[in-house]
Design a protein around this ligand. Structure first.
Ligand code: GTR
Length: 329
């Protein structure tokens, strides 16, 4: 990000926070939390739940204000703002962390998880703890993982029924080099861009499509402009809730423990909301007449990922993480 853009984002974030501060809670400390998703989305509601738990456990001392709908900026920018301490809490996909924290690349690898259950087992265990701990070298505190379902390609042009159909097409990916390489390995072209720019970029033909899970494909409205959805499920990327180290250091050890506990308490709530939303969004999208291609041979997609693994899983540390994930039953 250029310095000018950094300053602009900081000003935007401060203005939104100031506006929100007027309606803030009567708590002694109000943590400002950012999310790209709209009000009512599972991640937004889960952080609100965390806020309720925290208010209770700290007897009203600490509250959370959730700024949804990217009011504080797009994900890559809000990561910086959280590192600076302008934003206290951030719910974000693991993807935009890939270029910053190498451990986050591992659960972002295409087809690394066999299922959402497998992902839960891994992220709830020692590999998950190792990834959370990795945030501390980057002015952040990793608090908890949320669900992001599985991501598949959608586009405005044609039904994708095999890898061959992807040839030469242009897809938006999250701002992660690994996802650019993933799409290239499938024979297509990738354009990294902020989430908020995807709708108009599909509409104007700058890109042919993007990739995401059911709830985001729904809430972003992308299904209105990209009506072919192929369930190749190339990614099951967990999402993460992090806190600014600057904000964290201002809390007493007791309050820090309360924040951690409240974040953990929001995880089962998130999972329940997520499962319900996935179903609701799928029903809505099917009813809207989107063409869904679910009969797809994933093996060629999986095989095509060998060079992506070779490029990103190089160090012994990451190799060991991949082995442990694969061995998790
Ligand atoms: C969503 C995810 C967001 C954001 C978005 C994107 O599924 O929940 O955090 O990463 O995808 O594609 O940018």
């Amino acid at each position: 990000m250029t310095l000018l853009k950094s300053i602009r984002t900081a000003i935007l974030a401060s203005a939104a926070i100031a506006a929100g501060a007027l309606s803030a809670h009567a708590a002694e400390i109000t943590l400002r939390s950012s999310d790209t998703h709209p009000d009512g989305y599972p991640t937004v509601e889960a952080v609100k739940h965390m806020g309720k738990v925290l208010e209770e456990s700290t007897k009203g001392k600490i509250a959370i204000d959730v700024f949804h709908s990217a009011q504080l900026g797009e994900e890559k920018d809000t990561i910086e703002q959280t590192q600076f301490g302008v934003i206290d809490l951030l719910r974000v996909s693991m993807g935009p962390f890939n270029n910053i924290i190498e451990e986050t690349q591992v659960p972002s690898l295409p087809y690394i998880f066999r299922s959402v259950d497998h992902m839960h087992k891994v992220m709830d265990g020692p590999v998950g703890d190792q990834i959370l701990a990795a945030f501390s070298d980057h002015d952040l505190v990793g608090l908890a993982f949320y669900d992001g379902g599985s991501r598949s390609f959608y586009n405005s042009e044609k039904p994708i029924k095999s890898m061959d159909d992807l040839k030469g097409m242009k897809f938006r990916v999250m701002q992660s080099d690994m996802f650019v390489d993933m799409v290239a390995a499938l024979g297509a072209n990738a354009t990294p861009m902020p989430y908020g720019e995807v709708y108009s970029s599909i509409q104007t033909g700058v890109i042919d499509g993007a990739e995401n899970n059911w709830p985001s494909y729904d809430s972003s409205g992308h299904f209105e402009v990209a009506k072919h959805y192929t369930l190749d499920q190339h990614l099951i990327v967990p999402e993460v809730l992090v806190m600014s180290k600057k904000s964290w250091d201002k809390l007493t050890p007791e309050d820090q423990a309360a924040v951690k506990a409240a974040a953990k308490a929001s995880v089962p709530v998130m999972r329940e909301l997520w499962a319900a939303q996935e179903k609701k969004s799928e029903d809505k999208i099917r009813a809207a007449g989107v063409e869904i291609i679910s009969e797809i041979d994933k093996q060629p997609f999986i095989d095509a990922m060998v060079p992506v693994y070779a490029k990103y899983v190089k160090s012994d540390k990451l190799k060991d993480m991949v082995t442990r994930i694969q061995a998790t039953q």
